[in-house]
Design a protein around this ligand. Sequence first.
Ligand SMILES: [Zn+2]
Length: 100
Amino acid sequence: MRKPSHSGAWVRARCSNCGTVTVPVGRTALGSEAGDGAVCRVFCYCGAVTDVPVDDRTIELLVAAGAPTEAGKPITEHEIARFAAALDTCNIVEEARSGS
Ligand SMILES: [Zn+2]
């Protein structure tokens, strides 16, 4: 699979019409399913919408790359809480201390 560009992130999805497609983050939206699962909603060039399950790491990358959240909503409190929880598990400060 070619990499279209280094300037910006691209998302690969399996469109029901086109097969595997690669679209820029501008054609995606992050959404949450009921429960824990999050999806990246991919708007294919053909007009079909494909939901791709994504993990937290992928979400962070997509958000950093400018992927919009669904319906243009700002980040929800739930998402902030999950992000904070993820930060808690990193222990960056502790690792820095132990290294000195
Ligand atoms: Zn398509």
